[in-house]
Ligand binder design. Structure first.
Ligand code: ADP
Length: 368
């Protein structure tokens, strides 16, 4: 999606990933095969580039730091990526800067957790989050009672209180080198309970002006404190008590902003490019009164294999729906295969379209 945006600006943009079968490889003329977690691969990729950016935080930050020391612009800055990609360091950052978040502590392994349960210092329910390499709910588990202990991961983790969530919100915000900041209208996210990953989102969210302002203030505070350049996705919980707290952030364009491709004057990808090139940040206004993004996930009962998209004929004729398929070669249960953006003049028609697509569009490994 970054390539698609960059090509309209005639930017010479290059990508690094493990296989040219991966989404960027399908549309980028400048695709280099390599491992973004490998020091040498990242270093050699970056050596002849002017500006480097990321689409996933699980990258080799040592190589990015080296490139930064060599005079390259690396946005978001490697020190920001290092803090954010470790959920433990991320939570400590919120604590240090008095940014509201759920209470937590850090453990080394599963035994630490069991010991704390046994000595009475940790009570059910709680949430375990793997410090590293978690995304789309992988690496997050809710432990409600003794029977759930089998679900614990044996890795360095953050243990958080289980929040009674009223709504999950996201603010996509960006900052350029000059320190200018801009953000999109706040979205409301609905999660797939089976996979703990985003099912669909609606924009604008149905929240009070007060919550809206508080959420934006928190997002601005985080991006300014990091002095980060680029797009930052700030995921928030509105609690049943009415508090607004940070769940986590991602220093990149994010699933909770993909609707902006079709629903806003400029997309989050446009905003990211503007911010890392230190251009003015432009308009983030939503063009239609209501917008949604529906993730297209592999059917829960699908076999693993080449995907078939069912129901496309039926949904393609619905006005103001915009399918984006990522060209993944293999479907798996609940794997993110693409998304559909939807716009509408009323919330009712928006919800109708979401339901229509959810009931019609199925991706699995069956021919018919
Ligand atoms: P990921 O990095 O995999 O997206 P998150 O930290 O965003 O992981 O957690 C995934 C989902 O799990 C959240 O969107 C939310 O629905 C639920 N969740 C995470 N932390 C908590 C918590 N402390 N209390 C209640 N639910 C939580």
């Amino acid at each position: 999606m970054l390539q698609q945006e960059a090509s309209t600006m005639d930017l010479d943009i290059h990508f690094l990933d493990k296989s040219s079968d991966f989404p960027a490889g399908l549309i980028s003329h400048n695709f280099q095969i390599g491992d973004f977690q490998n020091f040498d691969d990242v270093l050699s990729f970056g050596q002849d580039k002017d500006i480097l950016t990321i689409e996933i935080e699980n990258v080799n930050t040592e190589a990015l730091k080296q490139l930064e020391a060599d005079g390259k612009k690396v946005y978001p800055q490697p020190y920001v990526i290092e803090i954010i990609k470790d959920k433990g360091l991320q939570k400590q950052f919120y604590l240090k800067h008095s940014i509201p978040t759920s209470s937590f502590f850090i453990v080394e392994n599963k035994n630490d957790i069991i010991n704390k349960i046994n000595d009475g210092s940790l009570e059910y329910p709680f949430v375990q989050k793997s410090r590293l390499a978690g995304y789309d709910g992988k690496g997050v588990v809710v432990i409600r009672c003794e029977n759930d202990i089998v679900k614990l991961f044996n890795v360095g983790s953050v243990i958080e209180e289980l929040i009674d969530i009223e709504k999950e919100l996201a603010v996509i915000i960006a900052r350029n080198e000059k320190g200018e900041i801009n953000h999109f209208p706040i979205t409301e996210m609905i999660f797939n309970e089976k996979g703990n990953l985003l099912d669909y989102l609606i924009c604008p969210s149905d929240i009070s002006e007060n919550i809206n302002l508080k959420s934006i203030e928190i997002a601005k505070n985080i991006i300014t404190t990091f002095e980060m350049v680029g797009v930052l996705a700030v995921e928030l919980f509105l609690t049943k008590k009415g508090d607004i707290i940070v769940n986590e952030v991602a220093p990149r364009t994010h699933n909770s902003g993909h609707h902006t491709i079709d629903a806003n004057i400029n997309s989050q990808f446009n905003l990211h490019i503007r911010s890392i090139l230190n251009l003015s940040l432009g308009s983030t206004e939503q063009i239609r009164p209501f917008a949604a993004l529906l993730n297209v996930l592999g059917d829960i009962n699908s076999n693993v294999g080449p995907p078939t998209y069912h129901g496309l004929e039926e949904i393609i004729n619905v006005n103001e729906i915009y399918p984006h398929f990522y060209g993944k070669k293999v479907v798996k249960p609940l794997r993110k295969m693409g998304h559909v953006n939807i716009t509408a003049t009323t919330k009712e028609t928006l919800i109708e379209k979401i339901n229509k697509i959810k009931n019609t569009l199925i991706v699995n490994n069956e021919e018919s």
